[in-house]
Design a protein around this ligand. Structure first.
Ligand code: GCU
Length: 613
């Protein structure tokens, strides 16, 4: 009886702890990591959730009678008579970070739950240290346990989450167990239907983070909107001694040293005037060393300072009108197969974008890993980040909104100090209804409240006017709430043939910048024919020639992000011998070969550069 009561009390405490800790993402986690948990994890495929539900489908979390059946207790038979029907240590292994689909042929299409287990030892570096476990991302739902106790859960396949494990971790033989469930669901974000592969698993880095008892958990340090000399933001401490703490911010490159004192909540706002700041830009992606410290803790980050705003139809970077020479990309390393996650993957993708002549990338349709954001900072590539509110989301469902809002907050929290990120995109190709406008408008409010320094957009849809099919316009009321009007159009692929482009007239009476967030056509790399042979490289090239000529006539055009850099896997693309499970709109094939249209777009950007630089 005693055992049951103590387990029950621990469950209550850990659920409280998990409720708190999950909201408090650790900023600049990579700078604090003390132990990586990347590598081989044992796994158990569990399509019937037998490690989580009893035979009456009651979660073992609530059914204490037979906890040994719950996989997260990692139970072993105590004697020869005991029946335990699982054993992580005798189970096979998966690599973390990596999706499971591209690691095992029998998991290629798998959608369901897989249990992961990692054992680790940990010796505190000092008695008062705190310990967190930090996950870069896991798709889609993660239920997380340490040493048989539930830490909490996280929903969303593309944003980080962390839990404090100070009071649960032991010196040896800790077992960290996750149940990852990538089943698609109508009320989730994204919903059931997407045009990308539903890669499941622990898809990004896992690390242990040790901190002092009171530490610098979060900070936001950027140039104030439309200011070239005013750095603003805040610092947030976490811990029992966080109030009234003298904190110091130094930026040696600016000869700046500021002493501040936190308030009762461990919070202090920042407001510095600076002279001669070397502003970050694609031509000069300069990053300052920023040191934040107080008696008990310090963290160092590399931060670029730039301004981004709109003025009428212009996008103004550091006071100068720019054109966003962009390309869309999924988070996939098509050559290796599977989700991209590493710095090497990011280098492959961004180097291709650079070869194309891009100064901008649209990271579709969900937040990508932090490696590519940090690399974009270093390489001087501007970034569009997107919340996975894609297609037919359940607009009237408050749970769905909460999930969408939480994922948006998580990506803004993680990347708010990255100069390369200039646009937060709320959604992609969503139907115009009152519920959807309200849903997206509330997301805009959420984003602006967290970060009023960046631009807001969303990939909308264009429509023909009632009077004339050849006259196209943007009638989406949501365009009122964004800074940049972006829309996808496929005239010449889904809508007529490429010669239709020259017959189209665009009438967009919005005094805002316009980005064509998608235009594209499929081509099987290496397939050749005349310019009207569907799926040939020549057709794709003709499509780009006609499309770019057409959109370049839009007076407010200030950017294009054609769909898409590289062919990518999609279960929706099944044409034998041509698609075979791949969306072929890439300008580069899944084997890394550039198609004819790659050079068409590159030449277009060379022409644009002459006009803008
Ligand atoms: C849509 C959508 C993409 C999709 C593309 C296509 O615009 O935004 O996610 O892959 O069209 O049909 O190829």
């Amino acid at each position: 009886m005693y055992k049951l009561v103590s387990v029950f009390i621990l469950l209550i405490i850990s659920s409280f702890i998990s409720a708190q800790c999950q909201e408090n993402l650790i900023q600049n986690a990579g700078n604090r990591s003390i132990q990586s948990l990347n590598g081989k994890w044992n796994y158990i495929v569990d399509p019937y959730e037998m490690g989580y539900l009893d035979y009456r489908s009651v979660p073992y979390d609530q059914n204490l009678k037979s906890p040994e059946r719950a996989f997260y207790t990692n139970s072993k038979p105590q004697d020869k008579t005991e029946r335990i029907e699982y054993d992580f240590d005798k189970s096979p292994t998966l690599l973390v970070p990596r999706d499971w689909n591209s690691q095992k042929e029998n998991l290629f299409y798998y959608e369901g739950s897989i249990w992961y287990k990692k054992s680790f030892d940990y010796v505190k570096s000092a008695p008062d240290k705190r310990l967190f476990v930090y996950f870069g991302a896991a798709n889609y739902r993660s239920d997380v346990y340490l040493n048989g106790k539930k830490l909490g859960f996280h929903k969303g396949g593309f944003t980080p989450f962390n839990f404090e494990i100070t009071d649960l971790v032991k010196e040896t033989d800790n077992f960290l167990i996750l149940k990852i469930d990538n089943k698609r669901k109508a009320d989730e974000v994204p919903t059931l239907n997407t045009d990308w592969w539903n890669y499941g698993g622990i898809t990004r880095d896992v690390q242990l983070i040790e901190t002092p008892a009171t530490f610098i958990r979060d900070y936001f340090i950027q140039l104030k909107k439309a200011s070239a000399d005013n750095i603003t933001g805040y610092i947030q401490l976490d811990g029992s001694n966080k109030s009234g703490v003298p904190v110091e911010v130094t930026i040696p490159g600016l000869k700046l040293q500021n002493k501040l004192v936190t308030d009762a909540n461990g919070y202090v706002s920042i407001d510095f005037k600076v002279k001669e700041i070397r502003r970050w830009s694609p031509q000069d992606p300069f990053l300052y060393d920023v040191n934040i410290s107080f008696a008990g803790d310090k963290t160092i980050d590399k931060i670029g300072f730039r301004t981004i705003e709109t003025k009428g139809a212009d996008i103004i970077l550091n006071g100068k009108s720019i054109f966003l020479k962009g390309i869309c990309m999924h988070e996939e390393n098509a050559i290796r197969g599977g989700r991209a996650y590493s710095r090497e993957d990011a280098l492959l993708l961004l180097n291709w974008a650079k070869e194309l002549g891009c100064n901008f990338v649209r990271l579709a349709h969900y937040p990508h890993n932090e490696n590519i954001i940090r690399l974009a900072d270093e390489m001087g590539i501007l970034v569009w980040e997107e919340n996975p509110v894609y297609w037919a989301i359940q607009w009237a469902n408050p749970e769905t909104f909460a999930t969408a809002s939480k994922q948006l907050k998580e990506v803004i929290s993680r990347d708010k100090n990255r100069a390369s990120v200039i646009i937060w995109s709320m959604a992609n190709e969503t139907p115009v209804t009152d519920d959807r406008i309200s849903f997206l408008h509330r997301l805009v409010d959420t984003a602006r409240k967290m970060d009023n320094t960046r631009l807001i957009s969303a990939a909308l849809e264009q429509h023909a006017t009632k009077e004339n099919e050849m006259v196209r316009t943007i009638t989406d009321p949501f365009s009122e709430f964004v800074d940049v009007v972006s829309f996808n159009q496929y005239i010449g692929w889904y809508d007529g043939l490429p010669d239709k482009c020259s017959k189209i007239k665009w009438v967009i009476d919005l005094n805002k910048p316009v980005i064509i967030s998608e235009l594209g056509a499929d081509a099987l790399g290496g397939m050749h024919g005349d310019s009207l042979t569907r799926w040939s490289e020549e057709y794709q090239k003709y499509f780009f020639e006609e499309n770019l000529n057409m959109v370049n006539k839009i007076p407010q055009l200030r950017g294009t992000t054609p769909w898409i850099l590289v062919d990518f896997r999609s279960p929706r693309r099944v044409l034998p011998g041509i698609q075979d499970g791949w969306n072929r709109k890439g300008l580069i094939s899944e084997t890394g070969n550039k198609k004819l249209a790659f050079y068409t777009l590159r030449d277009f950007y060379i022409g644009i550069s002459k006009k803008y630089e």
